[in-house]
Design a protein around this ligand. Sequence first.
Ligand code: NAI
Ligand code: MG
Length: 367
Amino acid sequence: MAAKKLFLLPGDGIGPEAMAEVRKLIAVMNEDGAGFETEEGLVGGCAYDAHGEAISESDMEKALAADAVLFGAVGGPKWDAVPYEVRPEAGLLRLRKDLELFANLRPAICYPALAASSSLKQEVVEGLDILIVRELTGGVYFGEPKQIIDLGNGQKRGIDTQVYDTFEIERISGVAFELARTRNNHVTSMEKRNVMKSGVLWNEVVTATHKAKYSDVRLDHMLADAGGMQLVRWPKQFDVIVTDNLFGDMLSDVAAMLTGSLGMLPSASLGAPDARTGKRKALYEPVHGSAPDIAGKGIANPIAMLASFAMCLRYSFNMVAEADRLEKAISAVLDAGHRTGDIMSDGMKQVGTVEMGDAVIAQYRAG
Ligand code: NAI
Ligand code: MG
């Protein structure tokens, strides 16, 4: 069996603290013969300090050669004055661009132990497990023209352009349909075809892709504003939601916050399948940043990073049983009352980063 090549980029702030817990889990899995090979590199502020760039060419090559990249977090006040081109975030943007990570996956899973602390009613979120698939490399964030022009009459005009080509909609909807097959076989596509031409095309292409290759999956269409409403009203009606870059940015934030705190939320970004092997480039990272306010204190919640690794097991290595086991271990540790400071509530047991990681790993071993 070929080695499973992981490239670890812990980054700055709490990134390395959270990554350390994943590294321990990888070691445990390797004892059982999982066969992970890991290499590590520098990204963000630490990379800038080491060699003046947010990521080096040699680390970029390793990221491109890996089966999956695990990314911690980058940035912090120390690098606020660094030039724009080499600022810490440039490392992440370069990775997304060069790996062509066009599909951003943000699950919203409600762990039973945390259901009572959601801003929504417990019965609305309890047992929730939905996945937002957001197009990440096209749409209004990248379309041209994109500028502010001076109209010369004391007025200026700001212009952004929403552009989608057929192939972009085909490939993102393909990802959504394929993921739905591994879940509850239901995709809801969201756009605004009532007022946007790109929405008309989106709807057409998703429908055609469904008909051609995925007619076994149930497909619904919803206007994106109604979708936002439905996400808050009754989110359990959804399984996989596929949508464009802008709507996905907003809807994934809404969906994620139905259930968790920042320290709980994982994400995955997937690229196109390799022509030869069929494997997708992929990067997995927690939604949170480097949390400079708590960095170095040993109190960061490692669950977002561990849950990102669970996504890696599921989507890059098809290790579904192990991914399920890890997610169940996280759930069980929360059920047992372990809480880092960010999710602490009355009567629970407050633990630090290492204790939380150890508890999840012990539970994983036992599971
Ligand atoms: P942040 O996500 O780092 O922190 C926001 C708040 O949530 C802080 O109070 C922090 O302590 C808390 N928090 C975040 N993750 C936590 C965890 N795992 N456990 C416990 N508490 C946690 O966002 P913020 O403060 O806006 O940005 C801090 C730095 O991170 C900035 O330099 C920003 O540019 C960078 N950043 C990097 C991202 C990335 O690497 N993908 C994403 C977001 C921000
Ligand atoms: Mg956002």
